[in-house]
Write a protein that binds this ligand. Structure first.
Ligand code: ATP
Length: 281
């Protein structure tokens, strides 16, 4: 599998002249391979946003290396490397630059000097991929939060990035908007094999990833599949993370003597187990 991004023993401090202040990111290594969805989780101050800024070249580490497509990220190749990464941020209202949906998606293409016909084609394709092609001429203020984030994803996709980074991209949305955005990302992965890195507080989002990195106090506390990470159970809670709803309910049901075969991360799995273990004849 091709490596898209890697951090190798990366350490960063916002206060290099003050050794008493803890590093924001300390000795963190991980790799994102082509086609994977990696989720970085952790409570406030655990270093997630700093990692996002480091990956995007807004900050440079004091120690360690960051590679994108096997190229070390430096001030010289920053713009070239950035163009390979599509980023979607937290606030849907801060990301719109165009007066209409299509202007917005076209904006970065225009800045990158993409010829007009190619630009029109890419805008249509990208909006179709996020199922917003019927909104071409809509004004952003008339869209829901979920729709705005889908347009932001289209804006990133139009540049044909190697990696889509979602930086708390669902955290300001209502449950419906969040579900819409996550379904869009899942569909894109199935249809195009898109590589995704999401930075999130939302464990329901992290469950969808192939692998999770759990940050604590600037360090990588654990890395594994969602099942491996959630198997840490109470340790996660002690370190400030809430467990997914289905896991909490499974625990309570078991404590109350309800027969269940396993632990469950999703409501669907839990319902299936409840049904087979208790009602199915
Ligand atoms: N601009 C800054 N200047 C100085 N210290 C900072 C700055 N930004 C973050 N920090 C510190 O770096 C550490 C990691 O913060 P970071 O914002 O990366 O964590 P986070 O996991 O993204 O938190 P949150 O979920 O609240 O955004 C914290 O101790 C934080 O106080």
């Amino acid at each position: 599998m091709d490596e898209i991004l890697s951090l190798d023993h990366v350490t960063f401090t916002y206060s290099p002249d003050e050794p008493d202040i803890k590093n924001a990111v300390e000795d963190v290594s991980f790799t994102v391979n082509e086609g994977e969805w990696i989720a970085i989780v952790g409570h406030n101050g655990s270093g997630k946003s700093t990692i996002a800024r480091l990956m995007n070249g807004l900050l440079f580490p004091q120690q360690g290396t960051i590679k994108v497509l096997n190229q070390s990220l430096t001030e010289e190749n920053l713009w070239d490397i950035r163009s390979q990464m599509g980023m979607v941020f937290q606030n849907p209202d801060n990301q719109f630059v165009g007066a209409t949906v299509q202007d917005d998606v076209a904006f970065a293409l225009e800045n990158n000097g993409i010829p007009y016909e190619e630009m029109v084609k890419r805008v249509h394709e990208a909006l179709k991929q996020v199922k917003m092609d019927q909104f071409l001429n809509h004004e952003p203020q008339h869209l829901s939060g979920g729709q705005k984030q889908r347009v932001a994803i289209a804006g990133a996709l139009a540049l044909k990035p190697k990696l889509l980074i979602l930086d708390e991209a669902t955290s300001m949305l209502d449950p419906q908007g969040r579900a819409e955005v996550l379904a869009t990302v899942q569909a894109l992965r199935e249809e195009t094999g898109l590589t995704v890195l999401s930075i999130t507080h939302d464990l329901e989002e992290a469950i969808l990833a192939d692998r999770m990195l759990f940050m604590n106090g600037g360090k990588k506390f654990a890395e594994g599949t969602p099942s491996e990470i959630f198997a840490l159970g109470d340790q996660l809670v002690e370190l400030g993370l809430d467990l997914p709803f289905a896991m909490k309910l499974t625990k309570l049901l078991k404590q109350n003597g309800v027969k269940l075969l396993g632990e469950h991360m999703t409501e669907e799995e839990l319902v299936n187990d409840l049904w087979t273990s208790n009602f199915k004849k």
